[in-house]
Design a protein around this ligand. Structure first.
Ligand SMILES: Nc1ncnc2c1ncn2[C@@H]1O[C@H](COP(=O)(O)OP(=O)(O)O)[C@@H](O)[C@H]1O
Ligand SMILES: [Mg+2]
Length: 251
């Protein structure tokens, strides 16, 4: 088993605020890695570091390294556009574009200049199947994406990522707007996707981390308190602070 991403000594500041403190951890290839911890501990910040989404935040400074397949994505010559294609992100609230279902899925390809109708149709179907959405939308590909139920919108956002063939999928609390049944479906989808992709997920739902992830990192106040195999972290935490959190004694 190899590490897809290696995070070493990562520090992040929002202006003067020290939001990530010397974080080191790895994201295993074809695994699901979960970041857990109380609200405000830095989970989303750390996740955003993995495809340099923090670049977009004024006053944000990063030091340390994040190696993707062994190459530091923060190196001066690193290419951010190709990085964002290799490492895609699904957000807390589904965020389809105000376009048709089809145009959402093939958006990235069209932006990249692909206009071959057959190829676009094939990609749309393959991506929608990959996101377990094809059967539900195959008869309404031209309908507005924003008219779909929320859980389908979220899977559409997954399909939109799959269309550009990423290597890593980042998910920031992807189920927080969904009901338990839709949540279960996304969790099952993640387990399917990890055969072909590497997944890192932020969740405040510890049951979810325990159910789907292979590795878990427990964060507190910008620090990675504990990182290890999910089974170990949840049943034999090495740090007292992790134990307090997972047993509900936190705070
Ligand atoms: N754009 C930002 N500017 C300034 N501070 C931020 C910004 N985003 C997050 N923070 C702060 O960084 C800390 C970590 O936030 P975040 O990564 O969103 O935590 P989590 O996802 O674990 O809830 C919080 O104290 C938050 O207020
Ligand atoms: Mg967050």
């Amino acid at each position: 088993m190899t590490n897809k991403i290696d995070i070493r000594d990562l520090d992040l500041f929002y202006g003067k605020f020290h939001a990530l403190k010397d974080v080191s951890m790895a994201v295993r290839q074809n695994g699901i890695t979960a970041l857990i911890g109380p609200s405000g501990c830095g989970k989303s910040t750390l996740l955003r570091c993995l495809n340099r989404m923090n670049d977009l935040i004024p006053g944000c400074r990063v030091s340390g390294s994040v190696a993707l397949d062994g190459r530091n994505i923060y190196a001066p010559d690193a290419e951010v556009a190709s990085l964002r294609k290799r490492v895609g992100m699904v957000f807390q609230r589904p965020n389809p574009f105000p376009l048709s279902v089809r145009d959402n899925v093939v958006y990235g390809l069209k932006v990249a200049g692909s206009h071959d109708r057959r190829q676009l149709a094939e990609t749309a179907e393959r991506s929608l199947r990959g996101a377990w959405l094809w059967d539900q939308v195959k008869d309404k590909l031209d309908a507005p994406a924003l008219g779909l139920p929320l859980d389908q919108q979220q899977r559409l956002c997954v399909a939109r990522l799959l269309a550009v063939q990423p290597e890593v999928i980042l998910m920031d609390e992807p189920c927080s707007a969904l009901d338990p049944i839709a949540t279960m479906k996304i969790e099952e989808l993640m387990l399917e996707l990890k055969r072909d992709y590497t997944i890192a997920i932020v969740t405040h739902n510890m049951q979810q981390a325990a159910r789907v992830s292979d590795f878990s990192g427990y964060m507190l106040l910008g620090e990675m308190v504990e990182f290890g195999e999910t089974n170990q972290v949840f049943t034999r935490p090495a740090d007292k602070r992790t134990e307090d959190y997972i047993t509900g004694r936190y705070g």
